[in-house]
Write a protein that binds this ligand. Structure first.
Ligand SMILES: Nc1nc2c(c(=O)[nH]1)N[C@H]1C(S)=C(S)[C@@H](COP(=O)(O)O)O[C@H]1N2
Ligand SMILES: [Mo]
Length: 393
């Protein structure tokens, strides 16, 4: 048997003899448009996700600032919104390119091999990221791994595969978008009109329309002017005690008794071993400050509120701590989010408070009574509730 014969045998395996794809949506131009939309949403989601990660798990070489106060609220809102928007676009793209899985021969060159090899991590990673992200904002932990680490690691794999994919497919997409010569366009338009199934344009409208509706009915979870429309979001930003959602309740954290006890004391441990205790009455007797600051949960909801209480830096001054020290803030409870660290910018910021009041009322126990940390430009998870100890580091 010679090479030509072998080739013939090989071509006989071509699956395209058995399968046909009729939809007009299996089209290079549509694939290119969706690819660009997907690239933009994925990169937006990736960058904002990195910001979120750096803030929640600060690396030793970077100290993140306390200003602008609402920065994290915006980046995390955009992170969740761009992830949600990517969902219909990803599934539409997978549908459009599905016939490519049957391409024959399966591998034509080294570049082609590389491009094909990047597909499983790209598709698998993309689906994984969106699925775990949606599960997380719904606090639905059906998976056996720790969300934060897995979501972060797979993000790198996905974005790496995406970069390879763009490198391999960028030129093809550009051509597909440039091409339409008049004859081809009129031919396809005619074809579309003759076809009772979905047209190319209809398919794109359907995809982006779905994305727009999903966004419209969720983005209000952080963009409060649309708060009432956040019907598909797990939280609406106005719903909760004192006009603010609750992440973990006092009952859930098992702190009700300790938080309401007359024995409650805030312990402030100075660096030089100077330690002072404050009762709630002591805290109320100190100078009170107010700040308008958001709670911006990593899960995508956020809401601004009016907080009053004692400046953390005043408490640090009371134990003679040096300005520029960082501080560990501890809660009565000892769950996963029972402590957080204030870096030197956050500890000394005039708006970083141990809040005693929220929106003009004594703090609700679910929001952290008797006192909770609230500071500018912090992920919600680091706004520790039911605080009973500050340790100068
Ligand atoms: N002690 C303690 N503080 C906590 C939490 C917690 O589980 N325990 N959850 C955090 C998270 S994830 C968020 S988003 C905010 C929400 O504050 P809120 O419940 O007052 O709205 O509280 C933070 N403070
Ligand atoms: Mo949160």
């Amino acid at each position: 048997m010679n090479v030509a014969d072998l080739r013939k045998q090989f071509d006989r395996l071509d699956p395209n003899q058995y399968v046909t794809f009729k939809s007009k949506a299996h089209d290079q131009r549509i694939a290119a448009v969706l690819g660009i939309a997907l690239g933009v949403t994925f990169f937006t989601c990736f960058i904002t996700g990195l910001i979120s990660h750096v803030m929640q798990h600060p690396p030793s070489w970077y100290t993140w600032p306390a200003n602008p106060a609402g920065f994290y609220r915006v980046t995390q809102g955009v992170h969740v919104a761009s992830g949600i928007l990517a969902i219909p676009i990803l599934f539409a793209k997978l549908w459009v390119i599905f016939p490519k899985l049957f391409e024959w021969p399966p591998i034509e060159s080294v570049a082609h091999l590389l491009e094909r090899a990047s597909l499983p991590p790209l598709i698998g990673g993309g689906i994984f990221m969106l699925l775990t992200g949606v599960a997380n904002i719904n606090q639905w932990y059906f998976f056996p791994f720790f969300f934060t680490n897995a979501h972060y690691a797979v993000a790198w794999i996905t974005i790496g595969a995406l970069i390879i994919h763009i490198g391999a497919k960028g030129a093809i997409a550009r051509n597909a978008l440039r091409k339409p010569d008049a004859a081809a366009v009129s031919a396809t338009v005619e074809q579309d009109e003759n076809d009772s199934a979905v047209t190319r344009r209809g398919f794109l409208w359907g995809t982006f329309g779905t994305g727009a509706l999903l966004t419209l009915f969720t983005v209000g979870q952080s963009f409060t002017p649309l708060g009432k429309l956040a019907l598909l979001a797990p939280r609406r930003p106005h719903v909760g005690p004192q006009g603010l959602p609750v992440n973990r309740t006092a009952l859930g954290a098992g702190v009700i008794e300790a938080a309401r006890s007359s024995e409650y004391r805030l312990v402030v441990e100075g660096a030089v071993g100077a330690t002072r205790e404050f009762s709630l009455t002591d805290l109320k007797a100190m100078p009170q400050h107010s700040a308008e600051l958001p709670i911006a949960c990593v899960e995508g909801w956020s809401q601004s509120a009016h907080w009053s209480g004692v400046r953390v830096r005043d408490l640090l001054d009371a134990v003679g701590a040096r300005r520029g020290a960082s501080v560990r803030v501890q809660s009565i409870e000892n769950g996963l989010y029972a402590q957080s660290v204030l870096n030197r910018y956050h500890a000394s910021d005039e708006d970083t408070l141990l809040a005693l009041q929220l929106n003009g009322e004594p703090l609700d126990i679910d929001h952290g009574y008797p006192c909770r940390l609230i500071g500018p430009n912090r992920p919600g998870v680091l706004q520790t509730k039911w605080v009973n100890k500050l340790v100068v580091l």
